[in-house]
Design a protein around this ligand. Structure first.
Ligand code: FE2
Length: 335
């Protein structure tokens, strides 16, 4: 290091001055880099009230926070990375940005398929990505599986988000895990043959279904719950796909302790609190996602849809097969 300092460049001087300028953080604070944009504040506030540990949040989109953590390296002030989609969590873990945090409480509160087998991240809320339909135009009896949306009867009636969006990359990745690449390509080709309208936004897809622009689509459930909370007459309902076969695709938003966390113990305590029934209830009530902790209850609107069988393969598959999902989608012509 000493000889390196003799040859210090102006760029390195800038970096060093940033290190010096970084304030020493109090141990009673958890710094969270968060790509979640909804429904977390009440749980964070309750954690601070209960423990005296302050929560400082820096929000940004998942990609930007990932790059920031990577660039900051061991100078990062972040203790926790909180983001949506297991694919993003998996990518962060693979890049070495997260560190394993074993906790009996997390293992007890969060089902095994919704957390990293190596304990580098844990799901904190669950979402089902399933078929949505307009009940004025479609009866549930006409619906069955994701694959069946490739039936010619849906030609010109299907709205999908683009294949490049992570929610769909993860969905396709779990298809590959379940059905293998050849069958997955057939499924996607079936959708493409029905000339789907590509709409970039889950809420926009639901609005298009309500407006009669399409009759069926695939979105996350909480977006519909929020629309129905504002207007119960919106003509869109969820259909839980693949109940007789593989189960409905689920994903998580979740978090992990960063590789260079300064307040590691507080960070683990924070994640443990977020998995507790009390915090899970807040997530469920505010963001209208499914709690990961089965002891917490879903929001009344969500409960009204009934229970469903989840695809219980580990959500880590979303990351493991993400590149394959992108390649297959391209090959099938799914934009
Ligand atoms: Fe979302």
């Amino acid at each position: 290091m000493r000889s390196g300092r003799l040859a210090v460049s102006s760029l390195l001087l800038v970096v060093l001055s940033l290190v010096v300028a970084t304030p020493v953080l109090a141990a009673d604070e958890v710094v969270v880099y968060s790509a979640r944009h909804y429904g977390q504040e009440p749980a964070f506030d309750a954690f601070t009230k209960q423990t005296g540990i302050a929560v400082r949040v820096l929000t940004g989109d998942a990609g930007a926070l990932f790059e920031r953590l990577k660039a900051e390296g061991d100078r990062s002030p972040a203790d926790v990375l909180l983001t949506v989609d297991a694919g993003n969590l998996w990518n962060a873990a693979r890049a070495g940005l997260l560190s394993p945090a074993t906790s009996a409480m997390l293992s007890a509160n969060v089902p095994a398929h919704l957390r990293d087998p190596e304990n580098r991240w844990v799901g904190l809320t669950m979402r089902a990505r399933t078929i949505m339909y307009n009940p004025k135009k479609v009866t549930p009896a006409e619906l069955s599986t994701y694959e069946a949306l490739g039936d010619p009867k849906w030609k010109g009636r299907l709205c999908l988000r683009s294949s490049s969006y992570i929610y769909n990359q993860s969905l396709v990745a779990t298809f590959i895990k379940r059905h293998g690449p050849a069958r997955t390509e057939e499924i996607l080709k079936g959708w493409v043959a029905n000339q789907p309208t590509i709409i970039n936004g889950d809420t926009k897809i639901l609005e298009a279904i309500a407006a009669g622009q399409c009759d069926v689509g695939i979105t996350n459930t909480y977006y519909l719950a929020r629309m129905l909370a504002k207007d119960p007459d919106v003509p869109v309902r969820p259909f839980f796909a693949n109940q007789q076969t593989t189960g409905t695709h689920v994903n998580v938003s979740g978090a992990g302790v960063t590789a260079h966390a300064r307040n590691r113990a507080a960070a683990i305590r924070f994640l443990e609190y977020l998995s507790s029934v009390e915090a899970q209830q807040m997530f469920a009530n505010v963001s209208m996602e499914y709690p990961v902790n089965p002891k917490a209850e879903t929001h009344p609107i969500v409960r009204g849809w009934g229970t469903f069988r989840q695809d219980d393969i580990n959500v880590a598959a979303a990351g493991e097969l993400q590149a394959d999902a992108t390649r297959l989608s391209d090959r099938a012509g799914y934009k």
